[in-house]
Design a protein around this ligand. Structure first.
Ligand SMILES: [Zn+2]
Length: 672
């Protein structure tokens, strides 16, 4: 049996007596380096030491990777514990060393530990600030507090290492090259789990992230197994929102969450910043289960692999959850993403540059292991035929074709009146209001030169006295409605009102200037009503209201389904144009798991012409095999009008063998 790391630690403790530290039993930098090397040598199947880079003074920042198949990118969440970014917080690195030993020595014998190592790509950095550790200082050797040194979202910092402390840059570069799902950084000086945001630009007030529910849950997964922390007199259940405790600028956890899509918390082990080394075993007992339980939480939520639907290549995708303003990213090495979420039902959107975004609706997350959701993306759907400029024949079946996601279904439509707009306008420049208006009340609205928004005239409210009202109506089609209005009246007593179908939309009085009203009218037609009403006494200003420059823009293009949903992966569907016209288009959109993509339509319009009644169904001046194919498609009782016109030679209401016998002699080859 292999010696466990704990045996190595016990041996190492004997050699620590010569240390310069105040408490000789805390290990030296060199001893920690040696422990990590020993771990790699003793457990090569599940453990690899990685050199992340050099500190300012040239000490190595080591990471230990614990996982089955180390060095192989797998469909696993990546997890990290980073310790002692503050060089004088020594208990933290000891907890890392105990954890390393505990996990390595129990792999294969403890099913829980075995499962964590098999299912998670675990990384542990015992000393992020080795120079500060050796010098027993909070800051690094440049005098920089590393937990105030990361790009700060609130300040709009770019996500670069430029100008940052050496060790900050090392950790950032390592994180850029990785795809962490969950992490924590370790400190002493308090006893609490601190979760984002540390800074939301509001100062030291509660600053929840979009994943506040998740952070509370995972923080409590840590604190509930640490009795002194859970029973904290200072923090309910031993957890706190970072800024609610105190806001900081440039913290590492917010950087991970906001810039890298990684859920990170800050864990404080001990109110006593440097407890005596004799208490280390007790700290380990209190934190062991917490450290494992926290790690376990990166397996909850929704996970899967994002690939190119055509090549199968893994993709770097941005994954978002509806209602949560937060991005995470798939790992481009394998395409795996791990969206930690609490039980519930979620809509997820997957986006990759150059690919059509896909939204998967109603993904159910239950307790326990993550719901698996693999996603295949492809370029946007593109219509390939008919794509503009073609002349098709009424009633002749063709195949509408497109290129799109091979795992999608497709919704296919046509229109015969593409880009058909009707504009209803009135600039009220005529001497009389038109017959489309109806008037009522105690006086009629009229064309006035007293004021205008554009031109010389507008429509003005009828001249009325106290107690009176004057109104004007017009029925308009649905569309984008706009008009300008102005009121000049006794403020609060004499009113201009505007109604759509009896529902008041404007209620204005006083001395106003010209104002624009716009809305979208849906459905069919609507009644607009403009009204001016006076109270029992007094008149102020011009004592009236005006409207001007009325416009309703109606989009008349009607899209009709060719097929509501094709089979998955379809690239064509049959369609027979129903009638002659010159403004046809088809359009296609994808449908995957409850979410539609964007319609792509024919690049230009195409024409549909009626067939000639001589067997030349497609109107190309030959009667040939194409016409014969059309004939086949028309065979049968009760043919469509175009079929009957072209092929019911013996007009009996059928296209049948009698007609075939008449058609056959007409068939000629090219040049015939
Ligand atoms: Zn600290």
């Amino acid at each position: 049996m292999k010696p466990s790391c704990l045996n190595v630690i016990a041996t190492a403790l004997l050699f620590a007596l010569g240390s310069v530290s105040a408490d000789a039993a805390y290990r030296t930098y060199a001893e920690i380096e040696q422990l990590l090397e020993d771990a790699e040598n003793d457990y090569p199947e599940i453990c690899q030491r990685h050199d992340l880079g050099l500190s300012y003074q040239g000490r190595r920042l080591w990471a230990l990777n614990i996982t089955n198949n180390p060095g192989v990118e797998e469909d696993e969440p990546e997890f990290k514990y980073v310790s002692t970014m503050h060089g004088d917080e020594w208990t933290c690195n000891e907890m890392c060393l105990y954890l390393i030993d505990h996990m390595l020595s129990n792999y294969g014998s403890d099913s829980r530990i075995t499962n964590l190592i098999d299912e998670i790509d675990i990384w542990i950095v015992p000393l992020m600030n080795p120079d500060g550790y050796v010098a027993n200082t909070r800051s690094n050797a440049q005098g920089i507090d590393l937990n105030r040194n990361f790009p700060e979202w609130v300040n709009g910092d770019p996500n670069t290492t430029s100008g940052r402390a050496t060790e900050t840059a090392v950790v950032m570069d390592w994180t850029f090259a990785s795809s962490f799902t969950l992490s924590a950084n370790f400190h002493t000086g308090a006893l609490v789990v601190n979760y984002p945001f540390d800074n939301d630009g509001m100062g030291s007030v509660p600053s929840p992230s979009p994943d506040d529910d998740l952070f509370i849950y995972i923080s409590e997964q840590y604190s509930q197994h640490n009795q002194p922390m859970w029973d904290s007199p200072s923090f309910y259940h031993g957890i706190t929102n970072g800024a609610d405790w105190y806001s900081i600028d440039g913290g590492m956890q917010d950087w991970h969450y906001r810039y890298m899509g990684d859920n990170e918390v800050t864990i404080e082990f001990s109110n006593n910043k440097r407890p005596p080394s004799s208490e280390i075993p007790q700290f380990w007992e209190e934190n062991r289960e917490s450290m494992l339980s926290y790690m376990d939480t990166c397996l909850i939520g929704i996970r899967g692999i994002v690939t190119d639907a055509n090549s199968g290549a893994p993709l770097l995708a941005t994954v978002t959850v509806a209602g949560r303003d937060h991005e995470i990213y798939s790992d481009p090495d394998v395409g795996d993403y791990h969206r930690m979420l609490l039980p519930g039902t979620y809509d997820l959107t997957f986006e990759v540059d150059g690919y059509e975004p896909v939204t998967i609706q109603d993904v159910v997350v239950t307790t326990g292991e993550a719901t698996r959701l693999d996603v295949q993306l492809s370029g946007p759907v593109v219509v390939t035929y008919p794509n503009g400029g073609e002349t098709l024949t009424t009633g002749v079946p063709i195949e509408v074709t497109w290129a799109g996601n091979p795992v999608a279904q497709f919704h296919v439509q046509y229109t015969a009146n593409y880009d058909d707009y009707t504009n209803v306008t009135d600039d009220f420049e005529n001497a009389e209001l038109g017959p489309e208006y109806t008037f009522g009340g105690d006086a009629d609205w009229y064309a006035s030169t007293e004021d205008a928004h554009g031109g010389a005239r507008s429509a003005q409210a009828g001249d009325i006295g106290d107690y009176d009202t004057t109104w004007m109506t017009r029925t308009v089609p649905a569309g984008e409605l706009s008009f300008w209005y102005r009121v000049s009246s006794e403020n609060g007593w004499d009113w201009f009102d505007f109604y759509i179908d009896g529902v008041r939309k404007i209620h204005a009085s006083g001395q106003g200037s010209w104002a624009l009203y716009t809305t979208t009218l849906v459905g069919s037609s609507h009644e607009l009503k403009w009204e001016y009403t006076k109270d029992t006494s007094m008149s102020y200003y011009s004592d009236t209201a005006w409207i001007d420059d009325l416009e309703i823009t109606c989009e008349n293009t009607v899209w009709t389904d060719i097929i509501a949903l094709t089979a998955p992966g379809a690239t064509s569907t049959p369609w027979a144009p129903p009638a002659a016209g010159s403004d046809y288009k088809v359009r296609v959109r994808s449908y995957i798991s409850g979410g539609y993509g964007v319609f792509n339509e024919s690049a230009g319009t195409f024409t549909v012409a009626d067939p000639s009644a001589d067997g030349d169904f497609d109107g190309d001046s030959d009667v040939d095999l194409e016409d014969f194919a059309a004939f086949q498609a028309c065979l049968g009782d009760s043919p469509s009008a175009p079929c009957a016109a072209a092929f019911d030679f013996e007009p009996d209401g059928d296209v049948d063998l009698v007609d075939f016998n008449i058609l056959s002699p007409l068939l000629v080859g090219p040049g015939g």
